[in-house]
Design a protein around this ligand. Structure first.
Ligand code: CA2
Length: 157
């Protein structure tokens, strides 16, 4: 039997809609639309699907995480500034109990000390930081591999 396509919810946090328009030295020149298009392309090449949403609102991101249960197999997330502040996002990730991968364009550990702490990463399978747009593509690969591993582990012997 062919496996059902892996469905990944991609969440982009606050201000990431500005990507490619300002601060190229930190965040690069690739726009969010270009990242989303490449995620769609790479997912399709693996027989998977992605749905990409950007929000500047913490509560909306919490709701999207809550609603992911049963609709998605994994979450790929750049919580942006909420990474460093949001107990609500951390609790939502814990509650939904889907494998999540946290990604960041910049290297958090090479920046201000307040960015060294992630409240959300502990509720993720792992974190990828510092590779620009490539962080998202590495993150997609990590999310797909994680779901494939879980499916193998759950498959009847
Ligand atoms: O490096 C990342 O991906 C961050 O999640 C980006 C966040 C920042 O608060 C995190 O510490 C690290 C900021 C996103 C803001 O994006 C902009 C893009 C272009 C111009 C201005 C902001």
């Amino acid at each position: 039997m062919t496996a059902a396509p892996i469905r990944v919810l991609v969440l982009h946090g606050p201000n990431l809609n500005l990507l490619g328009t300002r601060d190229p030295a930190i965040y690069g020149t690739t726009t969010l639309a270009e990242i989303d298009a490449e995620l769609h392309r790479r997912a399709a090449a693996r027989g998977a699907t992605v749905e990409c949403v950007q929000s500047n609102h913490e509560g909306e991101l919490v709701t999207l995480i809550q609603q992911a249960r049963g609709r998605f197999d994994a979450i790929l997330m750049n919580p942006a500034a909420y990474t460093h502040t949001s107990i609500a996002l951390r609790d939502a990730l814990e509650a939904v109990a889907l494998p999540a991968v946290e990604v960041h364009l910049s290297n958090l550990h090479a920046r201000e000390s307040f960015r060294h702490v992630s409240l959300t990463a502990a509720r993720c399978v792992g974190q990828i930081s510092g590779f620009g747009a490539q962080s998202y593509f590495l993150g997609l690969d990590a999310a797909l591999q994680t779901v494939e591993g879980l499916r193998r582990a759950q498959a009847p012997a």
